[in-house]
Write a protein that binds this ligand. Structure first.
Ligand code: HPA
Length: 289
């Protein structure tokens, strides 16, 4: 089984590649964040408000994939937000860009090597549940992986995590409660729901959206799930937040376009930033509890 040996070696190399990136990042800042934030399309403004930020374009970090999607800047920032040290990804790479699952989850593996133990993963998503409106923030309760790929396919490196990781609480129950509570306290119309991940890049057809509604999805998007699976594999706790940037295909009698996605993201970024500021100190406290 020559190819089996080769893929086992490749899997072993991922650990060293992630460690090399983490070593580079550690040398650039004295901060040692325990919380990371992945900013989705149109939600990048949060990064502008970071204190003492060290900016590292992905192109400078060893082995890091570079993003090409419009609305994704492509840099890692290490700074403080609401007094809490955080690592922030402004921009991410997606399977629809042609990256392999291993490339898509690489930043998450680097986070684990950096000592990150909680990650806030945000995204732009289409609203499937009829009670949602564009601009709503949805705390993810669970997901359905329809990407046709699992980033843990292939030989397992036990240094990252177990062969068969549990996914029964993919999105931390206590993080969800914190986010809903803080959002409501801020007067934000908060929702909770299930995220369906589809490959894209074409948006869904109305029939696909009816199917997704039938199987229990509330929002749909093209990201997030590989990162969540990789995070859970390594024992990192996850808070997932979708910004409903548009109603999904067929819900309204109008076509979807990416400009609307970015515009809605920008419109709610004030609320989104306020929510993150309120939530971060409580996530940090929860990690210590
Ligand atoms: N479908 C898939 N992904 C998305 C959507 C959508 O309607 N909106 C933002 N990302």
């Amino acid at each position: 089984m020559k190819s089996g040996n080769n893929s086992r070696r490749a899997a072993g190399r991922e650990f060293a590649r992630a460690e090399a990136a983490a070593k580079f990042i550690r040398a650039k800042t004295k901060l040692r964040p325990r919380i990371a934030i992945v900013l989705g399309s149109g939600l990048g403004a949060f990064a502008e408000g970071l204190d003492l930020a060290t900016r590292l374009p992905y192109a400078r970090i060893p082995n890091f994939p570079r993003s090409t999607a419009i609305g994704h800047a492509g840099q890692l920032l290490i700074g403080k937000s609401a007094g809490i040290a955080v690592a922030v990804m402004q921009g991410r790479v997606h399977l629809y860009e042609g990256y392999s699952p291993a490339e898509v989850i690489f930043p998450m593996r680097v986070f684990a090597r950096l000592g990150i133990s909680a990650v806030v993963i945000t995204n732009a998503a289409g609203g499937i549940n009829m009670s949602l409106k564009p601009g709503n923030l949805v705390i993810l309760r669970d997901h359905i992986n329809l990407l046709g790929r699992n980033p843990l396919t292939g030989p397992n490196d036990d240094r990252f995590g177990p062969r068969f990781p549990d996914m029964s609480e993919a999105y931390s129950k206590s993080f969800r409660a914190i986010a809903l509570e803080e959002g409501r306290r801020l007067g934000i119309d908060m929702h909770e729901g299930v995220y369906a991940a589809v490959p894209g890049p074409s948006y869904e057809t109305p029939a696909e959206i009816r199917y997704l509604r039938t199987i229990g999805a509330d929002v749909v998007g093209m990201s997030t799930v590989p990162g969540v699976i990789a995070a859970r594999h390594m024992g990192i706790r996850v808070l997932g937040i979708s910004c409903v940037t548009n109603m999904a295909a067929g819900v309204l009698d109008k076509p979807l376009d990416h400009d609307e996605v970015l515009q809605t993201g920008n419109r709610v970024s004030g609320q989104f930033i306020a929510l993150l500021h309120a939530v971060l100190p409580r996530l940090e406290a929860d990690l210590k509890a």
